[in-house]
Design a binder for this molecule. Structure first.
Ligand code: 3BY
Ligand code: FES
Ligand code: FE
Length: 423
């Protein structure tokens, strides 16, 4: 805990914090930003981690990042190292990246390819389904390898997205969303995509401020000149601010998309997931500085370069933009009450050649700028919230309905999980 964190510590023990979290969320007026402690108290941050990040489905990466048997990647969820690996049957699996001997991390790099998973400490070796194959000759006669396999984490994939859930028992229901995601992603064939660029920004802000900022475009005109070259500020066709011209543009584009069998209709799964394809500004095709495609090779079976952006929201940790030539996926990783990592990946067709089919700088420029601007906004937001003077302020129902929805999901989820863990 930093000195900074100590200043914001309001509880003596976790039980007290859990109880107060419940009270704060129950008493919370739904149209106001949260009480200060929910953005900066280390104990309440811990409750967020236990009740949201340890129990809900999280986006952890793309299946094309583990393209072949033995390809793996590692992620950290709070203090839990997790390993995602493709097994010999082509299935993507997740395990706790923790050796069953004395607990060392097994895969130490971010990504790699292996035949088996060998712990660097004493070389215990597991197959790609997590079975312990080899534990040397020194473990004694009574040692049962069958009892020492890697601990699995729940893992599901759809449309190229990988989701992991660390819940101990049954994870929350997610299959309806995943079925729809698979249908909406079919044109993109993301198994045959690759990560062309990746960035991770460390933001001095609570993870909820990062998501809140992403859920509204009220701030766009003041902060995102590059993004607004192409992005329409409407978030979906039900956006309360939608004008007749905007609705007409949506209808015209939707008719084109229907002809090619490109899914676009707005669908929601509770407040947690939302998919919708939105047009970009007329005369632009993708989110680049000039609105022209960044990659000459389109993704999957896509022909039409004007697919706007298909937005995929997955609370608590991801939003995404699928375009005709490239995809941008975002992943949020809370580190502490006031520190969050935001990872962005730009994906193109796997056969696209850098320097020939796409220029890396051109591909990433708009969202690199946008991410930096958003980091600054989230950090300034946090600094003001830490003040004695902060008091929860009103959200605009028209501009900030996405924030209201996010906090509705957050609050319902924490209250549901707190109640279940109390049983
Ligand atoms: O992620 C987005 O597309 C935008 C950027 C700003 C607001 N948000 C909905
Ligand atoms: Fe992994 Fe000893 S801790 S082999
Ligand atoms: Fe923004």
């Amino acid at each position: 805990m930093t000195e900074f964190d100590l200043l914001n510590l309001k509880y003596h023990h976790l039980g007290e914090a859990r109880q107060d979290m419940s009270r704060l969320l129950k008493e919370r007026p739904g149209n106001l930003s949260l009480p200060q402690s929910l953005y900066n108290d280390p104990f309440l941050f811990r409750v967020d981690m236990e009740e949201v990040f340890m129990k809900e489905w999280l986006f952890v990466g793309m299946t094309c990042e583990v393209p072949t048997p033995g390809a793996y990647m590692t992620v950290e969820i709070g203090q839990n190292p997790v390993l995602v690996v493709r097994d010999r049957d082509g299935e993507v699996r997740a395990f706790h990246n923790v050796c069953r001997h004395r607990g060392s991390r097994i895969c130490t790099g971010k990504q790699g390819k292996v035949a088996n998973l060998t712990c660097p400490y004493h070389q215990w070796t597991y197959d790609l389904k997590g079975n312990l194959l080899f534990a040397g000759t020194e473990m004694g006669d009574s040692f049962d390898k069958g009892e020492h396999g890697l601990k699995p984490a729940h893992c599901k994939t759809a449309g190229g997205f990988i989701y992991v859930c660390l819940a101990e028992g049954e994870p929350p229901e997610i299959d309806d969303y995943l079925d729809t995601l698979a249908t909406y992603m079919e044109p993109y064939d993301m198994e045959n995509a690759k990560v062309a660029a990746e960035s991770t920004l460390e933001e001095n802000a609570n993870w909820k401020l990062v998501i809140e900022n992403n859920r509204e475009c009220y701030h766009c005109s003041g902060s995102h000149p590059e993004l607004l070259r192409t992005l329409l500020e409407w978030d979906d066709t039900n956006d309360p601010r939608a004008t007749p011209e905007f609705k007409a543009l949506c209808e015209r584009q939707a008719a084109e998309w229907d002809q090619e069998g490109i899914p676009h209709k707005h669908v929601e799964f509770g407040l947690r997931n939302r998919l919708v394809r939105m047009p970009l500004k007329e005369g632009t095709s993708v989110m680049t500085m000039d609105g022209k495609p960044a990659c000459t090779r389109k993704l999957g079976r896509i022909q039409n370069q004007n697919l706007g952006s298909m937005r995929i929201l997955h609370l608590p940790n991801s939003w995404n933009h699928m375009q005709s030539d490239h995809a941008i996926v975002f992943q949020v990783q809370p580190i502490s009450a006031q520190k969050t990592l935001v990872t962005t990946k730009w994906l193109v067709h796997k056969d696209a050649v850098e320097g020939q089919d796409y220029d890396l700088e051109r591909l990433r420029h708009v969202w690199d700028q946008t991410n930096k601007q958003d980091r600054e906004l989230a950090e300034q937001n946090q600094l003001g919230i830490n003040s004695l003077a902060y008091q929860p302020g009103p959200y605009s129902e028209t501009f900030e309905f996405g924030v209201i929805n996010f906090l509705g999901w957050y609050s319902d989820t924490v209250l549901k999980n707190l109640t279940q863990s109390a049983l």
